[in-house]
Design a protein around this ligand. Sequence first.
Ligand SMILES: Nc1ncnc2c1ncn2[C@@H]1O[C@H](COP(=O)(O)OP(=O)(O)OP(=O)(O)O)[C@@H](O)[C@H]1O
Ligand SMILES: [Mg+2]
Length: 311
Amino acid sequence: MILTVTLNPCIDTTIYVRDHRLHRIHRSEQVTRVAGGKGVNAARIIQRLGEEAVALVVLAGHSGRLIADLLASDAIPHVAVWVEGESREVVTILETDTPDYQQTAYVEPGAAISPDARVRLFERFEQLLPMASLVLLTGPAPDPFSTDIYAGMIQRAREEGIPVFLDSRGGAFRDAVRAIPTLVKPNEAEAAEWRGVVTLSESEQMKVVDALRELGIPWVVLTLGEAGAIADCEGERYRLLPPRVTTVNPIASGDTMMGAMAYAWVRGESPETILRLGVAAGAANASVWKAAGCSREQVISLADKVQIHRL
Ligand SMILES: Nc1ncnc2c1ncn2[C@@H]1O[C@H](COP(=O)(O)OP(=O)(O)OP(=O)(O)O)[C@@H](O)[C@H]1O
Ligand SMILES: [Mg+2]
């Protein structure tokens, strides 16, 4: 099974409104609520593709219990570590009467991981690790004292010879890359933040990939939204161009890509197939509403249309 770890999952609530304006009350006719967080999204697509996934999640309070319920109704196996406080809710206002479905999101703070909860989290991780063929560490740390948790998990996975993929940002990304995961997948903003700059020019994109590779990370995938990705797989560098799709909701394309790459990796696929499937899954996700809600058939049918160029 593929083990995904999410320190800061959420309830993903989308409220559909028309004529959205500030300082007004909007009565909505449609609301969707799903368990969210990067590792949850990745687990959803891994299951759809046909591999077992377990989501290790840190949950808190009433909203944590709702996340656990939503995971169960989505048939995503999970193991929860309960902490004090409340899990966060991410509320997205989606404007149904704009041509590109404009979205405005409000993100609550997450529940901090206390020293005692950290011990329980690592105990759970240790119990699950022997069953994992790959570990996917996803999302930011919920508090400034938890940024080194992924680094500890990477070290343990490496000691056991289990591949470990990282998709995070901020302090958690900074600390985790030093522990040398097998694969990292920053998007442009995350890579720029790591470099301490606002945006990346094309040459700076290559330099970020170089810098992460120089740390000793075997696989670096820098994603650029609908412009695709630059990947370096142990020195072989590629530019990847996704197939054109009608974009409905690109949020979680990165999570879906990570899930698909993890799936292809544990099946022992070639680097080109791993990348091809990842890019296809990112595009497939962008073409549907629900985060990582695309089907296996959509991913497979887009895979042939991904362009891969050796650099
Ligand atoms: N609109 C789109 N059309 C086609 N492919 C897309 C689109 N958006 C994303 N992709 C594919 O998915 C990959 C990952 O997307 P992106 O760079 O947006 O990840 P991300 O910012 O990490 O997303 P998130 O964190 O919301 O999951 C891209 O490299 C690209 O190949
Ligand atoms: Mg991302």
